[in-house]
Design a binder for this molecule. Structure first.
Ligand code: PCA
Length: 324
């Protein structure tokens, strides 16, 4: 009798366990940036908020630093369903579709206000492309403004000729080409090593990545060019999203909207802090010379012209809406 009771008891315990397991969805979430980065911290908070808001029905495990998929593999992983959700830098995919590169054109949109305006006028076109690939944007957050890090002083674009230049997307590769530097694509997770081995000596990025990668160990100069604010995006597989119960979907969207607002705010607020850390660690942080600024502005004009040629009437309409 006792044996029977135990057997019945454990069978029903298994049933309960099975139904909990059924009701609970687990998503793995690859990101390419380090755990201490503000984007990653924001994403971890998002994952925690999703857990709370769904009463544990959706559990998201964040895998940072490119540990699950390398930064440049994440979009394909979400598209192919190997990962249900992931974070990418959208401009990393500008070769696939020029629309993805809009936020990385030098001097098109500088500062947070303009970056937000540019995002508003280009969001629908971006969403439409990702939707065709079976993905949905949950939220998007910009990096702080992009400047030039260099081992040696840079006073004009001519000083960049022949320099080993680290690129993180097609836009930064194109800049290398236009100034005559030797571009090599290296994702943030490998930047510190590339600097340590001397594979690169100059690059454009934010103070955030300069800080994350402790670049002061090799490079001493940072020029606050504030040329553009590239955006990261958290993408979810539409299929995975559709499998969630409606209340869970609603909770995810609500928490994602909060993560987007928080991310923009943190990005702006931490910009000064990051710069201070560069100074504290012995870097020379300066405004670019007039010559460097005007050289880079020319680069920007070439890139806007390229972009509008590639995107045609659709691109022109976006630029016009942005400039209105
Ligand atoms: N950091 C990332 C992208 C832009 C940025 O500020 C990087 O350097 O890879």
């Amino acid at each position: 009798m006792l044996k029977k009771l135990v057997a019945v008891g454990s069978a029903s315990a298994m049933l309960v366990f099975a139904s909990v397991a059924l009701a609970q969805t687990k998503w793995d979430m690859p990101t390419g940036y380090p755990g201490s980065n503000f984007h990653t911290e924001n994403i971890r908070q998002f994952a925690g908020d999703v857990d709370k808001a769904t009463n544990g029905k959706l559990k998201i495990t964040v895998h940072d630093s490119g540990s699950l998929y390398k930064a440049n593999e994440i979009k394909r992983a979400v598209q192919g369903g190997q990962a249900d959700i992931g974070e990418i830098i959208i401009s990393g995919y500008a070769n696939e579709d020029p629309m993805f590169g809009l936020d990385s054109i030098p001097f098109l949109a500088t500062g947070y206000e303009n970056a937000l305006k540019l995002w508003k006028v280009s969001k629908a076109a971006t969403e439409e492309r990702l939707a065709k690939q079976g993905m949905k944007i949950l939220f998007s957050v910009p990096w702080p403004p992009q400047g030039i890090f260099s081992a040696k002083p840079i006073n004009s674009a001519a000083d960049l000729k022949g320099v080993k230049w680290r690129a993180y997307n097609p836009g930064t590769s194109r800049i290398a080409q236009l100034v005559g530097a030797q571009g090599v694509t290296i994702q943030a997770a490998e930047l510190a090593q590339a600097l340590a081995t001397g594979a690169v000596t100059a690059f454009m990025t934010s103070g955030a990545t300069g800080y994350d990668s402790k670049v002061w160990e090799q490079v001493k100069y940072y020029y606050q060019v504030d040329a553009w604010l590239p955006k990261n995006m958290v993408l979810v597989s539409q299929k995975a999203f559709d499998k969630l119960e409606k209340p869970v979907q609603d909770a995810v969207l609500k928490v994602a909207a909060a993560a987007e607002a928080r991310g923009w705010k943190t990005s702006a607020e931490k910009t000064i802090w990051y710069t201070e850390q560069l100074v504290k660690n012995g870097m020379k942080v300066e405004k670019p010379s007039e010559q460097l600024k005007s050289d880079l502005k020319k680069v920007g004009l070439t890139m806007i012209a390229d972009w509008t040629t590639q995107t045609g009437a659709e691109g022109q309409a976006i630029i016009d809406a942005y400039r209105k």
